[in-house]
Ligand binder design. Structure first.
Ligand SMILES: *[C@@H]1O[C@H](CO)[C@@H](O)[C@H](O)[C@H]1NC(C)=O
Ligand SMILES: *[C@@H]1O[C@H](CO)[C@@H](O)[C@H](O)[C@H]1NC(C)=O
Ligand SMILES: *[C@@H]1O[C@H](CO)[C@@H](O)[C@H](O)[C@H]1NC(C)=O
Length: 392
């Protein structure tokens, strides 16, 4: 009798357990299809299922999920489905469990609302994306320390980020611009004015204040510039008209709002300057950082001159000397110049510098170098590693 009783107890325990397991699996199955109730436990299990499913022969290309559009503004991000190399991208959070990486632009995640603070699938890479430099984050009161231990990779303009997301790359520039002597003649023939400056942050950071003072001294020393942006009366023209306007000017004042902060070289230098067929006059970045990424002799570095007045004198001199001005386009004189050739030439001239080579995309990194890592402190990774003379 006793044996039968124990056996019956055993049977009912086993039965209850299996019913519970079946119910649990079923719940995972249905929850997974519902939008808002994705439980992390199920995520974990489903992930495991898909990643160990030996029956499926097709190897899926990595999927990158953007948590949201930057600033929650649709046109600020790539359109849904834009590929990065062979990687797929999506904004569809229902794809969360399939995503290899989840990218959070710094404007779409904050300390009050951190998803999965306590649990998530350990294989999934959480990426912190910022194109802005410390001054902007500081001004927006963006707290970096609330994310300690949360992200796996950084995706920023810093070349020591896990993935580089910079404002421009020399190789893309060489592919995109017209090259050859005739092209340069045409560019120079369009030049009607001396310099142009577009600036919308006037006194927002120490760096921004300093650059205004610098520009005022340039102007007083005779460098007349066309001025656009919120710091002046003239509103910004539409971006498609902007390029044509910039092209009429010999120099683009590429003044950043941060001084000597590592790698902070923005669209002012790339898009508005070099890509728009003009010569950037650069103030703010460190010279080595520029030399490492730019084509040879493609820009004027403001700090090479002791004072704004000396820089003004030089700009006015170049303005009067076509041959001198033309030298700043020599990098695109050879119609067959490639990035590899430019890298070689730059290395020969500056053997001690660490010349930038084609950057790896986030897709490359997911495919070939999916390092396991946790960013213990964004503050330290992103900010504190700036040189002591970085002023924001
Ligand atoms: C892989 O990525 C890490 C940073 O996440 C980097 O330090 C390392 O150099 C990379 N390795 C290769 C071979 O690119
Ligand atoms: C560029 O390459 C083409 C085709 O190889 C060649 O015919 C031409 O001479 C080259 N031009 C210069 C300036 O080297
Ligand atoms: C990502 O970071 C989290 C949080 O520290 C960690 O649990 C997880 O193992 C990391 N994943 C990878 C792939 O490095």
């Amino acid at each position: 009798m006793k044996v039968v009783k124990i056996f019956l107890i055993y049977l009912s325990v086993a039965f209850t357990a299996s019913v519970l397991i079946v119910l649990y699996e079923l719940q995972c199955f249905t929850v997974g299809t519902k939008q808002h109730r994705t439980s992390v436990e199920c995520l974990h299990r489903n992930w495991h299922k898909t990643s160990t499913d030996k029956s499926s022969k097709t190897i899926r290309n990595p999927l990158i999920l953007y948590w949201d559009y930057p600033w929650h503004v649709r046109r600020a991000g790539d359109p849904e489905g834009t590929k990065i190399g062979v990687c797929e991208t999506t904004y569809n959070r229902n794809m969360l469990e399939k995503a290899d990486a989840v990218v959070f632009h710094y404007t779409v995640v904050n300390g009050r609302d951190i998803p999965w603070r306590h649990y998530r699938h350990p294989k999934q890479i959480f990426v912190w994306w910022s194109g802005e430099a410390p001054p902007v984050l500081q001004n927006e009161n963006y707290q970096l320390d609330v994310f300690d231990g949360f992200f796996n990779w950084t995706w920023t303009y810093r070349r020591d980020a896990d993935v580089l997301r910079n404002y421009g790359y020399r190789g893309d520039l060489l592919k995109s611009v017209e090259k050859g002597k005739d092209a340069i003649d045409k560019i120079i023939a369009k030049k009607k004015r001396l310099a142009i400056w577009v600036v919308s942050q006037c006194d927002y950071t120490e760096g921004a204040k300093k650059r205004i003072r610098f520009a005022k001294r340039l102007a007083r020393a005779g460098v007349k510039f066309t001025a656009f942006g919120k710091c002046f009366v003239q509103a910004l023209p539409r971006s498609n008209e902007m390029r044509a306007i910039v092209q009429q000017h010999k120099f683009y004042l590429a003044f950043e709002n941060a001084i000597h902060c590592t790698d902070y070289i923005t669209e002012k230098f790339w898009n508005n300057g070099l890509f728009s067929d003009t010569v950037p006059v650069v103030w703010g970045p460190k010279k080595e950082d520029l030399l490492e990424v730019a084509p040879l002799d493609s820009f004027i570095f403001a700090e090479d001159f002791e004072t704004p007045e000396k820089l003004a004198e030089y700009l006015l001199f170049v303005d009067k000397n076509d041959e001198e001005y033309r030298k700043y386009f020599r990098w695109r004189e050879d119609p067959n110049i490639t990035d590899a050739m430019m890298i070689e030439m730059t290395r020969e001239r500056y053997p001690d510098l660490n010349i930038q080579t084609p950057p790896k995309t986030i897709c490359d990194k997911l495919l070939y170098n999916r390092t396991s890592k946790t960013i213990r402190s964004l503050l330290n990774e992103f900010w504190d590693r700036n040189p002591p003379d970085c002023i924001v």
